[in-house]
Design a protein around this ligand. Structure first.
Ligand SMILES: [Zn+2]
Ligand SMILES: [Zn+2]
Ligand SMILES: [Zn+2]
Length: 298
């Protein structure tokens, strides 16, 4: 790419006095907001940033930048004349975080992630994540597992066929990956399995997810034969790898049949009455308004 083309493709920002200009790639990640103690001191508030490869960011007026070592790991740049905070860069690292405040305020970007929320001052609220694509959300949940003493957090997703029959069997499974690359291998198998499941008419839905290295599934089927048909496809390939190779740390599978299936209650949007929709009656017994469609059992 030519120098001028690279420039057109970049977001261009400047400090308050204009001595320093930053060219940041359009594809930079952000806005990410850091709420740590260092950022609070240095910015007077949280630090809103675009994260980019250091080599992809170009400075004009670089001679006006002063780099201050804010911690053993990081240095922070500010304009010598006006004092605008410009960027943070790890002393050893390939990334740079450029201040979002240098750029047009009309830039169509949102805070997608808040980091060090636990260090923020009490006077404002910050949700950990902002608007994200499903893929971005899963990638983030896997990249930085959140854990407390009581719980591990991760992601969960559901794939449903639209089958509204009550489940005849439920399969509960979990599987633990030895490391993150095994986890990716498990997830790749799982994506193919779900494609097979969706082609099976007796499939109702699967709820599946990961917390750290442990993946789990809850899969509902009309009956056992439909489950068996679906598991004869890609799932068999995965099982062969699991038993034939050194793949996965531990695994448990099970199949359950219901002891009792209770009624399915849905509230009438007209009069507010809670109606038993498992009998598939299309209108409210109290006000005769049409009922919303019966949700699937799982
Ligand atoms: Zn300046
Ligand atoms: Zn910070
Ligand atoms: Zn009603």
């Amino acid at each position: 790419m030519s120098e001028s083309a690279a420039r057109e493709d970049a977001l261009i920002g400047s400090c308050h006095c204009g001595d320093v200009r930053a060219h940041v790639p359009q594809g930079s990640v952000g806005v990410v907001a850091c709420h740590c103690g260092d950022c609070q001191k240095l910015h007077g508030n949280f630090f809103a940033m675009f994260v980019a490869d250091r080599s992809a960011v170009r400075w004009e007026g670089e001679e006006h930048i002063v780099w201050y070592r804010s911690s053993p790991e990081n240095e922070r740049g500010f304009c010598k004349r006006c004092g605008s905070r410009l960027a943070k860069r790890p002393v050893a690292g390939a990334k740079i975080m450029v201040s979002a405040g240098l750029f047009e305020r009309t830039l169509p970007r949102k805070v997608i992630k808040n980091v060090w929320v636990e260090s923020k001052p009490a006077w404002y609220d910050a949700p950990r994540v902002g608007p994200l694509s499903p893929e971005g959300f899963v990638a983030m949940a896997l990249a930085e597992p959140i854990e407390t003493e009581l719980a591990q957090y991760g992601y969960v997703q559901r794939a449903a066929s639209g089958n509204r029959k009550p489940p005849g069997v439920i399969a509960l499974t979990w599987i633990t990956a030895a490391d993150s690359s095994e986890r990716e291998r498990i997830r790749a198998h799982s994506r193919q399995n779900v494609q097979d499941f969706l082609k099976e008419p007796g499939f109702i839905s699967i709820v599946t997810g990961f917390t750290g290295l442990r993946g789990f599934t809850v899969t509902a089927w009309e009956d056992e034969p439909s489950m068996k048909r679906a598991l004869e496809k890609h799932h068999e390939v995965a099982m062969k790898e699991l038993f034939g190779e050194r793949f996965v740390a531990s695994v448990w599978t099970s199949v359950w049949t219901p002891t009792r299936i209770n009624r399915l209650w849905v509230r009438c949007t007209g009069c507010g009455s809670l109606e038993d929709v498992s009998k598939d009656h299309p209108s409210c017994s109290k006000c005769s308004a049409p009922m919303p469609p019966q949700p699937s059992y799982w």
